[in-house]
Design a protein around this ligand. Structure first.
Ligand code: FMN
Length: 323
C-alpha cells in the first residue's frame, strides 16, 4: 500500500515542477564532440568559441579552466572581472540558455594559454524564474538530506553555476589505470581538451581514485556507448576503492595499444594519456595530461550527461522527446 504522506508530497512536487521534474544527471546519447551547445567566452574584444577549450578544474571552490590563444586580449588589471561563459544553442535561433560569470583575471596553469577562474555567479534561462527557484530550493534540500559527496559543501552560487555548466552536454568516459600490480576502472566526466594534444580532468581529492592515477602517471580513457551507460554508472562505486580485482572486470576487455591497460571492448574511442601536472585545488585534484595515443573505434551514440533542468528545456523546445 502506498504511504499517503508520500503521495501528497509527490502530488505537491508534480504541481510545483510540472514536466520539468527530471534526474539531476540526465543521460543522453550524442557523438563526441557534441554539436548542440556552443560555449562562448564574453568580455574580451569579441566573443570567442571555447566549447572545446574549457574544463571544470575543481568543484569546491568551483574553478573553471579556459584555454586562451596568445592573440586574445588577455584580461589584465582587473578587466577579467567582466568575463563570462555563455551557453548558447548551436542550431535553431541560437538562444542563450545560460551564463557563468567568471571571477578575477585568471590564474595561469602549466599548459599553454590555460587560465583558471573562480565563479562569481550564473544565470539560467532554461525555465521561468519561479519554477527555476523552486528547483534550486528542492536541489538544496536534496544536497542537505542525501549528499553522496558530504565532504564537499558547495554554496548556492556554486550549485547554480554547476547546473549551468551541465547545460553543455558532457561525455562520460571510463578511466583504466594500473600501477605496481594494482588497478582500477571508474567513470569520469569532469574533463575536457585543453589545447593541442592536451587533456585535463578533475578527481575528488578525498576519494581513492585520484591517488592511484597520480602515482601511475598515466591512464587510458574509453568513451562509452550509450548502450553501456548503466554499467558505467555502476562503476561509480570504484571511486571509493584503492584498487579492484582487474581479472574480474564486468566487461570484455582488451589492452590499450601503448600502456597495455585493460579497456572495454565496447569502447567507442580509446585515448592514452601521460600526466604532466597534478595539484590539489580544493575538493578536487586537477590533472593535466598529454595525449599519447588516440584510437577512434566505432561510430555510435555515446553516454553524455546533461542537467535535468536543461533536459526540461530540450523537451520544451522539442529537441528531445518526453521520457
Ligand atoms: C558517471 C559518473 C561520472 C563521474 N565523474 C566523476 C569525475 O569526473 N570526478 C570525480 O571526482 N568523481 C566522479 N564521479 C564519482 C561520483 O561523484 C561519486 O563520488 C562516486 O560515484 C561515489 O558515489 P556513489 O557510490 O553514489 O556512486 C563520477 C561518478 C559517475 C557515476
Amino acid at each position: 500500500m502506498s504511504n499517503p504522506v508520500r503521495e501528497i508530497f509527490r502530488l505537491i512536487k508534480r504541481l510545483a515542477f510540472g514536466d520539468s521534474q527530471l534526474p539531476q544527471q540526465f543521460t543522453v546519447g550524442m557523438r563526441d564532440p557534441q554539436s548542440e551547445v556552443t560555449v562562448w567566452l564574453h568580455g574580451l574584444d569579441k566573443p570567442y568559441d571555447v566549447t572545446s577549450r574549457h574544463v571544470m578544474a575543481c568543484v569546491k571552490p568551483l574553478t573553471i579552466g579556459v584555454v586562451f590563444e596568445p592573440e586574445w586580449n588577455f584580461p589584465q588589471n582587473g578587466k577579467g572581472q567582466r568575463l563570462s561563459l555563455r551557453f548558447q544553442e548551436r542550431g535553431g535561433n541560437g538562444k542563450l540558455v545560460g551564463e557563468i560569470l567568471l571571477e578575477g583575471p585568471g590564474v595561469p596553469a602549466p599548459s599553454p594559454g590555460l587560465l583558471l577562474f573562480g565563479v562569481r555567479g550564473s544565470r539560467n534561462y532554461c525555465l521561468a524564474k519561479p519554477r527555476l527557484w523552486l528547483h534550486q530550493l528542492h536541489l538544496a534540500y536534496l544536497r542537505w538530506r542525501f549528499n553522496n559527496n558530504p565532504e564537499i559543501k558547495i554554496t548556492p552560487r556554486e550549485a547554480h553555476a554547476m547546473i549551468v555548466f551541465f547545460i553543455c552536454p558532457r561525455p562520460v568516459v571510463l578511466v583504466s589505470v594500473v600501477h605496481e600490480g594494482a588497478g582500477n576502472v571508474f567513470p569520469m566526466n569532469l574533463m575536457g581538451p585543453v589545447g593541442e594534444g592536451r587533456f585535463a580532468f578533475s578527481l575528488n581529492s578525498t576519494r581513492h581514485a585520484a591517488p592511484i592515477v597520480g602515482r601511475a602517471g598515466r591512464l587510458a580513457i574509453s568513451n562509452v556507448p550509450l548502450a553501456q551507460a548503466t554499467l558505467a554508472r555502476q562503476l561509480g562505486k570504484n571511486h571509493l576503492k584503492d584498487s579492484i580485482d582487474m581479472t574480474q572486470l564486468p566487461f570484455a576487455a582488451r589492452t590499450s595499444p601503448t600502456f597495455g591497460f585493460p579497456v572495454p571492448e565496447f569502447a567507442v574511442r580509446v585515448r592514452e594519456l601521460e600526466i604532466e601536472f597534478h595539484e590539489r585545488l580544493g575538493s578536487h585534484t586537477f590533472f593535466i595530461a598529454r595525449l599519447v595515443d588516440d584510437e577512434p573505434m566505432t561510430a555510435a551514440p555515446e553516454f553524455f550527461y546533461v542537467h535535468g533542468i536543461y533536459q526540461a528545456w530540450r523537451i520544451h523546445n522539442r529537441i528531445a522527446a518526453p521520457a
